[in-house]
Write a protein that binds this ligand. Structure first.
Ligand code: PLP
Length: 384
């Protein structure tokens, strides 16, 4: 990777990853199973459920997308079904709906957490039911690490008896009312892609409530092999298990997860301080003490009426010239060409966030020197 470029979010090794990877080589566990896979699953489980009275189970998989795909399969999503999904998110939240031949129904965000708006969610459910189809699942996302309105969403989900799939890909280490994101729904997914708060270079996990759900997920993720000495299949399977090498990286990363969360939160505070001097820029922060974000990415929005005409693109291009990466928020799914025929319930919140919002460099490995380059770069954009 280019050393001079300041990235939005880059991998940050803790030091012991290599040790676990070497152990895999020494034991010849160079396969999509082995002690690192089991150990990584235990590490995640202990971490997620440490503040919880229940104990879930974790299946390590090849990606967060694979985890979402399996979650929807386990919930029985079939061709022609409808699945509700937060519109403002990465395409990976919605693509698995299409893999199954189901239709995504997109829902707008609210402005407090940038996540699923309970009002539009409820309206969408009632309308889809009145049109003759009850949605099969709700995909809710903790975007950029900020928990969605967990109690409100759960209340609606249980009122209509629709299971929630919690997309916690960006939210490992975030909590809501003291409990970890990834523990609030029937199924939750995590991602360990290279840009996430911890990484296995590529990987993910499915968190479920019971050991038997985990076993079913692992069965599906390893080509659905029935118990028989020959290879026998009575269901369609997938090749979605995490490799023992990648899981070794994950074990090293889980040793430093708390440090990573602290460092990202410090980056968020850095931006809160920096923009307190600048008119017209909002730094998105927790709406109350119930919400604890890992601040995977720090997010701002610009109001060009108050910034003296400087908009999101002006700032982005200004930083790009200084070799500092920044990026607009996720383009809402209902605005994506590939989903243009999908129904949408909302009133412009996600559109506005996409228009005015920007993600800033948020890595846990940014040096003092890089932080001062960011600070000087941002200030120079607004001093014109
Ligand atoms: C990264 C991400 C995913 C998918 O994870 P992969 O491991 O890259 O497949 C899903 N949802 C959201 C919101 C993400 O940011």
């Amino acid at each position: 990777m280019n050393k001079d470029k300041i990235w939005l979010s880059s991998p940050h090794m803790g030091g012991n990853e290599q040790k676990f990877v070497n152990a895999a080589f020494e034991a010849n566990w160079v396969a999509p199973l082995g002690p690192n896979v089991n150990g990584f699953e235990e590490d995640i489980k202990k971490y997620l459920f440490k503040n919880s009275s229940n104990e879930g189970s974790v299946a390590a998989l090849s990606s967060g997308t694979a985890a979402l795909h399996l979650a929807l399969i386990m919930l029985g999503v079939k061709p022609g079904d409808e699945v509700l999904c937060q519109s403002m998110t990465f395409a990976a939240s919605a693509n698995p709906i299409a893999y199954l031949g189901a239709t995504p129904v997109f829902i707008d965000s609210e402005e407090k957490t940038l996540n699923l708006c309970p009002n539009h969610l409820k309206r969408a459910i009632e309308d889809r039911i009145s049109k003759g189809k009850k949605p099969k699942a709700i995909i809710a996302v903790h975007l950029y690490g900020m928990p969605y309105q967990v109690d409100e969403i759960n209340k609606i989900a249980s009122e209509f008896e629709i299971p929630v799939v919690e997309d916690a890909a960006e939210a490992l280490g975030s909590t809501y009312k003291g409990k970890n994101c990834g523990t609030f729904a029937e199924y939750a997914i995590l991602s360990f892609n290279g840009n996430k708060i911890i990484t296995t270079s590529g990987g993910g996990a499915l968190v479920s409530k019971t050991q038997s759900a985990k076993e079913k997920a692992v069965f599906l993720a390893t080509q659905a092999r029935d118990a028989a000495p020959h290879y026998q299949h009575s269901e369609i399977g997938y090749n979605y298990r995490l490799s023992n090498i990648s899981a070794g990286i994950g074990r090293g990363q889980m040793e430093v997860i708390d440090d990573r969360v602290n460092a990202r939160r410090q980056m968020h505070n850095f931006y809160v301080d920096l923009f307190s001097e600048i008119e017209g820029v909002k730094v998105y922060s927790a709406p109350s003490d119930d919400y604890f974000s890992n601040h995977w990415l720090s997010v701002i929005s610009l109001d060009e009426n108050e910034t003296g005409g400087i908009n999101r693109e002006d700032l982005r291009l200004h930083l790009e010239k200084l070799n500092i990466e920044s990026r607009p928020l996720w383009k809402p799914m209902h605005l994506q060409p590939v989903f243009k025929n999908a129904p949408f319930y909302g009133n412009g919140v996600a559109e506005k966030l996409f228009e005015n919002g920007l993600c800033l460099p948020s890595g846990s490995n940014l040096t003092q020197e890089e932080k001062s380059r960011i600070k000087t770069g941002i200030l120079s954009c607004f001093k014109k």
